[in-house]
Design a protein around this ligand. Sequence first.
Ligand code: X6L
Ligand code: MG
Ligand code: MG
Length: 164
Amino acid sequence: MQLEKQKTYLLLGSNLGDRESYLNNALKLIAEEVGEIKSKSSIYETAAWGKTDQPGFLNLAVEIETSLTPLALLKTVLKIEESLGRVREERWGARLIDIDIILYGSEIISITDELQIPHPEMENRKFVMEPLAEIAPDLIHPLLHKSVSEILTSLKDTLSVSKI
Ligand code: X6L
Ligand code: MG
Ligand code: MG
C-alpha cells in the first residue's frame, strides 16, 4: 500500500555569498529529492534575527507535496544543505543555505530540538510568516488554531521584511 502524500511547508534562507543562487539551487534539489513544488513565495530581503550583527537574509517559503516521513524529510533537507556547502559553525551564525520544516500536514511532532513541527518560533517571526502568508494565508496553525494571515496581522516583530 502506498503512503499518502503530505503537504509540507519549508522556509529557505541564505545570508552569505550569492544568496539568490543558493536559494535556486536548493529549490532544484528539493524538487528532485523531496517532491513537487506546488507553490513558491516571492523572495524577501529580511533583517537578521537572533544574532543581529550579521548580513541580511533572503528568505522564501515553498509548499511541497512529499511522500517522505517527517524524519526522512529532515534528513533529506540536511543532506541538501550539506551538498550546497553548508558548514555549521556558531549557532545562529551566517549560513549559505538553511532549509527549515515549518509545517507537515497538520501534524504536531516533537522528537528532538531539530525536529519540532510546527516550527516552534514561526508565529513570532515575520521573516517566516510573511512569505508563508503569500502562499497559504488561510492555512490553520495546528496548535494555535489561527490562520497564517491572522497570526501575521497580530505579529509584533518589527524587523524589516520586504519583497525583492
Ligand atoms: C532571543 C534570542 C530571541 C535569539 C530570539 C531568533 C535566535 C531567531 C535564532 C532569538 C532567535 C533565530 C534567519 C534569521 C536566523 C532567517 C532572518 C533564528 C536562527 N535565521 N533571520 N536568523 N532569516 N531574517 O532565516 O531564526 S538564525
Ligand atoms: Mg532557520
Ligand atoms: Mg535550519
